[in-house]
Design a protein around this ligand. Structure first.
Ligand code: IPM
Ligand code: MN
Length: 359
């Protein structure tokens, strides 16, 4: 049995999650699987109900599940709480750490039918973009100690730290993925300034020489990578990078596809347990209006099927249904663009359109 902890969270989380669950129900029926969904509180809503953004009950629920389908957390209502009670810092980061979800996969694909929504010129994206980020997720400056504001409030410190093992295990994932794709890895660092990056580059290079010399490996400084992503994004296949660089670059890359509402992510550990979430935020400004784009959440469910449940055919069925829906010119508002002939639909109508195309 595939047990899923469903943590919808705040903002548009619950409305887009509803569509992902509808899609999974249809997959379960068509392909004869049983998915057991159990809901838990996380983020601002958890704080409102229990006083904590990540209650013990929710951790237990995840412990007893085979995967976590996560919506999004945060919103203006909780912005002024003390840091450890804030939805992002108090829920998402501890969840990642608790379950050792060191590998964050962020595929950035431009559907040809949506290339007009890209913020880049057509000629740069019209042939499609297919990049996948392997972002290290449980180390680096997000977690290194010391991390504090001095008592006098006049200075603060964050620490960027990496161990050999932490670099190696994410690099292995990136090289393995590249083998099944175009066999290119670009490792992004700041080795002209940071000690952690010098170590990063050394470990990645050694691993490449020893075990992955069939893969084309390049190294790029992060500032250059930021530029190259908008100059010529088609040059990239797999991008391997540390936690904060990956955070920033993946948002940048997401805009190549025109909307943050399109992109899913998978955060997985060594045992195949994973947390699956859209990379966009909780979008409180449009929450509750039925206009949010559920595609990122639905594609996150597809990644869950692929990586945690090893149901690749079913994952592809969802991905094809999404692509077919877009080819049929069906759009939520965020990706409507100016082109004529598109049909603008609500969040739940988008879910239904995708479901009707699942083969
Ligand atoms: C992301 C988010 C998180 C991060 C925040 C909400 C802590 O931006 O998943 O990219 O920085 O990792
Ligand atoms: Mn981010």
């Amino acid at each position: 049995m595939n047990k899923v902890a469903v943590l919808s969270g705040d903002g548009i989380g619950p409305e887009v999650m509803a569509e992902a669950l509808k899609v999974l129900d249809v997959i379960a029926k068509k392909y004869n699987h049983t998915f057991e969904f159990k809901e838990g509180y996380v983020g601002g809503i958890a704080y409102d109900k229990t006083g904590l953004p990540l209650p013990e009950e929710t951790i237990q629920l995840c412990e007893n599940s085979n995967a976590v389908l996560f919506g999004s957390v945060g919103g203006p209502k909780w912005e002024n709480l003390p840091p450890e009670k804030q939805p992002e810092r108090g829920a998402l980061l501890p969840l990642r750490k608790h379950f050792n979800l060191f590998a964050n996969l962020r595929p950035v694909k431009i559907f040809p039918s949506l290339s007009h929504a890209s913020s880049l010129k057509q000629e740069l994206v019209k042939d499609g973009i297919d990049i996948i980020f392997f972002r290290e997720l449980t180390g680096g400056i997000y977690f290194g100690q010391p991390k504090k504001i001095a008592e006098d409030g006049k200075s603060a410190v964050d620490t960027m730290a990496y161990k050999e093992e932490e670099i190696k295990r994410i690099a292995v994932k990136a090289f393995e993925a590249a083998r099944l794709r175009n066999k290119k890895v670009c490792s992004v660092d700041k080795a002209n300034v940071l000690m952690t990056s010098i170590l990063w580059r050394k470990i990645v290079t050694e691993l490449h020489e020893k075990e992955y010399s069939d893969i084309e490996l390049s190294h790029m400084f992060v500032d250059n990578a930021a530029m190259q992503l908008v100059r010529w994004p088609a040059q990239f296949d797999v991008i391997l990078t540390e936690n904060m660089f990956g955070d920033i670059l993946s948002d940048e890359a997401a805009m190549l596809s025109g909307s943050l509402g399109m992109l899913p992510s998978a955060s997985i550990n060594e045992s195949g347990f994973g947390l699956y979430e859209p990379i966009g935020g909780s979008a409180p400004d449009i929450a509750g209006q039925g206009i949010a784009n559920p595609i990122a959440q639905i594609l996150s469910a597809a990644l869950m099927l692929r990586y945690s449940f090893k149901l690749d055919t079913e994952a592809k069925a969802i991905e094809h249904a999404v692509a077919d829906t877009l080819s049929a010119n069906i759009r939520t508002r965020d990706i409507a663009g100016e082109s004529k002939g598109v049909k603008i639909v609500s969040t739940s109508e988008m879910g239904n359109e995708i479901i009707s195309r699942i083969k």
